[in-house]
Design a protein around this ligand. Structure first.
Ligand code: CDP
Ligand code: CDP
Length: 225
């Protein structure tokens, strides 16, 4: 039996991972944060002192990434024995991840891992290209957006809550807009709404409201299917 797939895409800090996790919990589906995977490749390259324009070395890292997820809140991310859950969220990783994610062979390696994970169980997967490339047959596709200011404000609050060092809201907004621009204009699998995705603007919605909207869409789709 094929698994039921929910694809959630959208720009940085639209609320994808927060909502995806809650929806997964509610329906008993597994959750896959594909952004964490690109961040882990970026961190591994930085830790190994690889130059960010050394594509061959970055591809080699992506193809042999000792990545593991463990259950937890937040979900714990490991590279080999090293717990990198916090390290993949630094501004240094955020500043470099779009360049790493633009490399075609890096994407091929990540997409293969993502499809393997999706084949194991019912799943909610969030990222940039899930509805367009990774799981194009997903019966539920959401494209989640919010204003750039609101997304920067959320990221600022999020950093403070997680006890992470944070830039100002203005600096975060500039960094987020730059990353969105790079993600939307890259040649391979750019950030774009799939024609059959439902667009959800979360600027003025609470997390609970977004979870409820997506839950209704899933329930309706399950009834039809
Ligand atoms: O959480 P945030 O929205 O800041 O980003 P993320 O989901 O952790 O993704 C980090 C970066 O990975 C994005 O800016 C993209 O460059 C890349 N990414 C991607 O290219 N494709 C995906 N499916 C997921 C992330
Ligand atoms: O995964 P993505 O980068 O799209 O965003 P996130 O990391 O899930 O969300 C960024 C922050 O926005 C989190 O701290 C959420 O609690 C907050 N938030 C939200 O996700 N959705 C709302 N409707 C309101 C706030």
């Amino acid at each position: 039996m094929t698994s039921f797939q929910v694809a959630i895409d959208g720009p940085a800090s639209a609320g994808k991972s927060t909502v995806a996790k809650l929806v997964a919990q509610k329906f008993g589906f597994i959750y896959c944060d594909t952004g964490a995977m690109y961040r882990a490749v970026t961190l591994a390259a930085l830790q190994q002192g690889v130059a960010m324009d050394d594509e061959a070395a970055i591809i080699e890292i992506a193809q042999h990434l000792p990545l593991r997820f463990e259950a937890g809140d937040p979900q714990q991310v490991f590279l080999g024995d090293q717990n990198v859950t916090q390290l993949i969220r630094t501004s240094e990783v955020a500043a470099n991840v779009s360049a790493v994610a633009a490399i075609g062979e890096v994407r091929t390696a990540m997409v293969a891992m993502q499809r393997e994970i999706a084949a194991t169980d019912n799943i909610v997967m969030d990222g940039r290209d899930i509805g367009t490339t990774v799981l194009p047959q997903a019966p539920v596709k959401i494209f989640m957006v919010a204003s750039a200011y609101e997304r920067a404000r959320r990221r600022y609050e999020d950093n403070k809550q997680r006890g992470l060092p944070t830039q100002s809201i203005e600096a975060l907004q500039a960094a987020i807009e730059l990353r969105d621009q790079k993600d939307s204009t890259r040649a391979v699998s750019p950030l774009t709404q799939a024609p059959d995705a439902i667009r959800l603007d979360t600027t003025h919605l609470t997390i609970e409201e977004v979870v409820n909207e997506i839950s209704e869409i899933i329930e309706k789709t399950q009834q039809i299917g």
